[in-house]
Design a protein. Structure first.
Length: 203
């Protein structure tokens, strides 16, 4: 099975036909897709002017989309390396009980779904690397009451998410599933109350 870097080389290789280069970019998203596969693909298509179903898109647009994806992947891999180093140090000093962030991180290793968007068409508009930097800054800071990506306080607890986890706090501003460790207990409670009100309004 080809890895991310070999797939990226195919995307850039002008000797490959455009259908293969597009396919290779889609396969890259099986290795790294911060919003989930479909939402990350939609994000790249919107930002770089690629028609989602075009089998022979402009190669310059494909490469620009890949560049954005690679920049974001570099940000996330650096975070994971720092995270692993920290855990080693903590274990060396006898701190073996994982924190809530550690528990969340285990489910996102590799960068898939770190800012998962339940709806493929609802995702942040900022570049992926910028989104991940904001998310990482929030993970390394004290919990707050707002979305770490867009700053919105419109966070609603959803019980009907399309993938695991099946429930969680979703930002109504940018569409990401907000990592619980970045929210205060009061913000989580407010999101659950907003979710109950939303359910009651459609009942």
């Amino acid at each position: 099975m080809a890895g991310f870097r070999s797939l990226a080389r195919q995307v850039r290789d002008p000797r490959c036909d455009l259908a293969l280069r597009r396919y290779s970019l889609r396969k890259c998203l099986e290795r790294f897709a911060p919003y989930g596969h479909r939402a990350t693909w939609d994000h790249l298509c919107v930002r770089h002017g690629i028609e989602p179903e075009d089998r022979a898109p402009d190669p310059a647009r494909l490469v620009a989309a890949l560049d954005e994806l690679e920049e974001a992947r570099a940000v996330w891999l650096a975070y994971e390396e720092n995270f692993a180093d920290r855990r080693k140090r903590e274990k060396h000093f006898g701190l073996r009980r994982p924190s809530p962030i550690d528990d969340w991180h285990r489910h996102t290793w590799g960068g898939n779904g770190v800012a998962r968007c339940d709806s493929p068409a609802e995702h942040p508009s900022a570049p992926l690397d910028e989104v991940l930097r904001r998310l990482i800054a929030a993970l390394e800071d004290e919990p707050g009451a707002a979305c770490p990506v867009c700053g919105s306080t419109g966070i609603v607890w959803r019980q009907d998410l399309a993938g695991e986890p099946w429930t969680g706090p979703v930002c109504t501003g940018c569409g990401i599933l907000v990592p619980r460790p970045v929210l205060t207990s009061e913000a989580v409670a407010a999101a659950k109350e907003a979710g109950r009100r939303a359910l009651a309004s459609v009942a």
